[in-house]
Design a protein around this ligand. Structure first.
Ligand SMILES: [Fe+2]
Length: 203
């Protein structure tokens, strides 16, 4: 006799993926290309002091504003609303806290980090060729990750995994709670991987 079986799945980690259409991709790409040719970009996009990435993060200015990416900003705000709806809490007014551009030239990568202090964060891929560096989410429950690794329990299913990977594609956006640790694998393509990162804060 089989007993009634129920697997309770506790405390999931939400990662939302949005894929925008060709027209949207092209409009964003055109503005980003224009920005990258500008004096501003030459001033603001610098080599990261720790990670091998070229970024405007440290300039402290908003790429969404500097590159005139109003359409992307509006899409990010709408996506955030959709994300938070899954929590079933009262609406939280959000604002763009910071937004920046990341250029991963061939060979570049980014070590594990999180965007603490913000509510939601996201990465929108402007240009992403195959093998340009997956977005990696290690199981944030460190004890479980070590337990499964040590005992050889790291399974092939999503539930048994010790990490999950998301493959960037043009027009794709990955959104997550800002506490969530993540990293970017090395760019093994021969083209530059271009992403726009945004932190959303509580207004
Ligand atoms: Fe990040």
């Amino acid at each position: 006799m089989n007993p009634a079986f129920q697997m309770h799945r506790l405390f999931p980690v939400q990662v939302a993926q949005f894929d925008f259409d060709e027209g949207f991709q092209q409009r964003v790409r055109t503005r980003v290309e224009r920005y990258l040719e500008s004096h501003r970009a030459r001033r603001d996009v610098v080599e990261g002091p720790v990670d091998s990435v070229q970024t405007s993060y440290f300039a402290g200015r908003s790429i969404l504003a500097d590159a005139g990416l109003d359409e992307l900003r509006d899409a990010i705000m709408a996506a955030a609303e959709q994300f938070l709806a899954c929590f079933d809490v009262s609406a939280m007014p959000l604002v763009v806290g910071h937004s920046w551009i990341n250029l991963f030239r061939p060979g570049m990568q980014e070590t594990e980090h999180s965007h603490e202090g913000s509510v939601l964060s996201c990465s929108y891929y402007v240009d992403a060729q195959p093998a340009c560096g997956d977005f990696v989410v290690p199981d944030p429950m460190g004890a479980r990750r070590i337990h499964r690794t040590f005992l050889g329990l790291a399974g092939r299913s999503a539930e048994g995994a010790i990490e999950q990977r998301f493959t960037p594609a043009p027009g794709r956006m990955i959104m997550f709670e800002s506490w969530m640790p993540h990293s970017v694998l090395g760019n093994k393509s021969d083209a530059t991987r271009i992403s726009i990162a945004t932190n959303l804060n509580r207004r």
